[in-house]
Design a binder for this molecule. Structure first.
Ligand SMILES: NC(=O)c1ccc[n+]([C@@H]2O[C@H](COP(=O)([O-])OP(=O)(O)OC[C@H]3O[C@@H](n4cnc5c(N)ncnc54)[C@H](O)[C@@H]3O)[C@@H](O)[C@H]2O)c1
Length: 281
């Protein structure tokens, strides 16, 4: 394995999660010092221990991206141990069932349904919507604001955000998540323009469908078989399957490696088996 991230510090929020833990391992395998950031120290520690036991350099960091003081504390901890970030990956995100409508399309019943009968546009509490926007979008803003200050002027410094297919066109049921990921895509473009002034590239990956904790409630039946929604996704994916988490790694390595993508900024790269190219006909 080549060491093209040797001497670089990579900070990965959501690093304790399914998709971004793959990023942490891949960056460490290529020589980066990796700060694995997650809500719980134990889960971040499990990823960081695995990296250390295979000879890599990593540290676990507990942080709530919604809380600016927690983000500042995490930045200090990481900077003291590893120095300022060369690479920041904003992967922390949620897509709770409580922020999804029960049905794809409203019908007569939806108009008067109680939340116990059906979650609808008409009875979804705004607090639930706000929580998803706050974590997925404002959380990304908080982390970028705090970390990018010291990244300014570092050669090859770059930020990678994790958007989603639902940020390109909204997924049914996922009302709040879709809006939050569209905001992430837009914020990525805004930041790429603004931070070009201080030499920081900013890009995003828009993953298609990967079975993880975040979407199990929508994609699997209780017996573990594919839900009708999962089948619909597979039917809408020209490659006729969901992705495996390590299939995102190549896109991440390309966008984070400034010797490969030094003139690439403001890009939202779909990694989706063709889902976003296919209109269904
Ligand atoms: N799984 C998919 O198919 C898919 C598709 C498109 C986009 N994504 C995005 O990829 C990213 C990772 O998703 P995943 O599927 O690996 O989910 P996951 O649930 O395995 O990981 C989520 C991560 O976010 C962290 N997190 C949650 N709340 C946080 C908070 N308040 N502060 C700090 N960290 C917090 C968790 O600790 C965890 O590390 C998310 O942004 C998600 O929206 C996932």
């Amino acid at each position: 394995m080549s060491n093209f991230f040797e001497g670089k510090t990579a900070v990965v929020t959501g690093g304790s999660g399914v998709l971004c833990s793959c990023f942490c391992r891949a960056l460490a395998e290529r020589g980066a010092r990796v700060a694995v950031v997650g809500t719980r120290l134990e889960t971040a520690g499990a990823v960081s221990d695995e990296i250390s036991s295979s000879g890599g350099i990593a540290m676990p960091v507990a942080c709530n991206v919604q809380d600016i003081n927690s983000v500042r504390e995490a930045e200090k901890q990481i900077c003291d141990a590893f120095g300022p970030a060369d690479i920041l990956i904003n992967g922390a995100g949620i897509a709770p069932a409580s922020a999804c409508t029960t049905k794809e399309r409203a019908d007569e019943q939806s108009l008067a349904a109680s939340p116990e009968e059906e979650r609808t546009l008409f009875n979804l509490p705004s607090e639930v919507f706000r929580e998803v926007m706050d974590l997925n979008c404002i959380g990304m803003f908080n982390v970028t604001q705090v970390f990018s200050q010291k990244m300014a002027g570092i050669e090859g410094a770059n930020i990678l955000n994790i958007s989603s297919m639902s940020g390109i066109s909204p997924l049914t049921k996922q009302i709040a998540y879709s809006a939050s990921k569209a905001a992430v895509a837009n914020l990525t473009q805004w930041l790429s323009i603004h931070l070009a002034g201080v030499g920081i590239r900013v890009n995003a990956i828009a993953p298609g469908f990967f079975l993880t904790r975040i979407n199990r409630h929508l994609l699997l039946n209780e017996d573990g078989s594919n839900s009708p929604r999962a089948q619909k996704i597979i039917d809408g994916t020209p490659m006729n399957r969901m992705g495996s988490p390590d299939e995102l790694t190549g896109a991440m390595l390309y966008l984070c490696d400034s010797s490969a993508s030094s003139f690439v900024t403001g890009v939202i790269l779909p990694v989706d088996g063709g889902f976003s190219a296919y209109c269904g006909v």
